[in-house]
Design a protein around this ligand. Structure first.
Ligand SMILES: O=C(O)c1ccc[n+]([C@@H]2O[C@H](COP(=O)([O-])O)[C@@H](O)[C@H]2O)c1
Ligand SMILES: Cc1cc2nc[nH]c2cc1C
Length: 355
């Protein structure tokens, strides 16, 4: 049995649905007036099968890896930045580090495939599958064994966090070149062309974006020839092996396992959305457990979010990654649970409900 077959995610519970809606509607506010917070608290209450949902024990996991596709000139930054930024996460100097500290959320960094040896650190999990993926314009990004290994890294990370009592998983990523990987995976998953999925990433020029789109188109052509079947019939395994990235696959594994264990997770920006779309191809019940943090400025993110029929919490023109949007959405997600658990009802407060 492949690791892809190990997931059987239950839909989130419907048993309290009416009680949850009643509790939301009897708070001291006009019906629906807390907007998206009402949607979020209902989602969390169903996931936790509780009228008092909580996200007090949140954990941020940043998966990091490198990508052979950078040899095609698809990023504005050099590959060395991946381990350098991992060092910055661990030292507490990155955006995700300071925002996690601000909100008292634990940060863990997982090396799934960085192209350098990273010294041991209390916040680092070393789970390197390889020193980066292969250049997928020329050959498969990884072997089927590496694909399984990366997925299992994510599953194990989710299990460790949930075993320690975490009730909200937040995911981020770091990997120079990974917007190209995410775009190629999303093209393969949705049928959108490289022109539609390619964007500026860390800051490519317009010419750079056109070149990146051509690299994606050439890669899709190579894969079609290698697999001997049209894109519409590629499996998740095909897409992961041919054009995946280790941090993206590991994150997909962590999302699937969080859902399997009945725990909500927060999807950060463009690359994390590619991990989610990939995981959805494995198990579509996943959608009940996902909260989308923000709409990235990466060109295709809006179209992909629409394609997935999901609404992000924030639109702040972010395009940083590393889980920064997820941690910024955290206080709003938390407020959604706080209104549900702490706000007075019309009856409690002696306020007329207008009926
Ligand atoms: O999350 C996003 O929406 C996002 C958009 C653009 C860039 N990034 C980050 O930038 C890196 C990838 O950009 P690039 O240009 O090297 O492919 C990677 O480390 C991501 O975390 C992230
Ligand atoms: C500096 C820098 C920080 C990042 N954080 C996530 N991706 C990144 C890419 C770069 C280039």
């Amino acid at each position: 049995m492949s690791v892809f077959d190990q997931f059987s995610i239950p839909p989130s519970s419907r048993s309290l649905e009416r009680d949850i809606q009643h509790k939301i509607d009897t708070k001291t506010k006009p019906p629906g007036s807390l907007g998206v917070l009402e949607v979020l608290t209902a989602q969390l209450a169903k996931i936790q099968n509780s009228l008092t949902p909580s996200v007090d024990h949140a954990q941020m996991i940043v998966f990091a890896a490198d990508h052979g596709i950078v040899d095609q000139g698809v990023s504005a930054f050099p590959q060395e930045v991946t381990p350098q930024m991992v060092g910055n996460f661990l030292a507490g100097g990155a955006a995700v580090s300071v925002f996690c500290k601000q909100h008292d959320v634990a940060l863990k960094v997982v090396d799934v495939g960085v192209n350098a040896d990273i010294p041991a650190h209390p916040l680092l999990a070393s789970a390197k599958v390889a020193y980066g993926s292969k250049d997928f314009m020329l050959e498969a990004a990884m072997s089927s064994r590496q694909l399984e290994q990366a997925l299992v890294v994510g599953v194990n990370q989710a299990n460790a966090a949930i075993d320690s009592g975490v009730n909200l998983m937040m995911f981020g990523e770091m990997g120079i070149g990974n917007t190209c990987v995410a775009s190629c995976m999303l093209s393969a998953l949705t049928g959108m062309s490289g022109e539609e999925t390619a964007g500026r990433g860390t800051g490519l020029s317009s010419e750079g974006v056109s070149h990146k789109a051509k690299v994606i188109q050439a890669s899709l052509k190579r894969i079609e020839i290698a697999l001997g079947k049209p894109m519409a019939s590629w499996s998740a395994q095909d897409i992961g092996e041919q054009c995946g990235g280790f941090e993206i696959i590991a994150m997909a594994g962590a999302m699937l396992q969080s859902a399997q264990r009945g725990v909500a997770f927060v999807v950060d920006g463009f690359i994390c959305t590619a991990a989610y779309a990939f995981a959805m191809k494995i198990q579509s019940n996943l959608s009940d457990y996902a909260i989308f943090a923000h709409q990235s400025n990466e060109t295709a993110h809006q179209a992909i979010l629409q394609h997935l029929n999901v609404r992000p919490v924030l639109t702040l023109d972010l395009r940083l990654g590393e889980g920064s949007g997820a941690i910024l959405a955290y206080p709003i997600i938390k407020s959604a649970t706080v209104f549900m658990t702490q706000m007075a009802s019309f009856a409690d407060a002696g306020v007329s409900d207008g009926q």
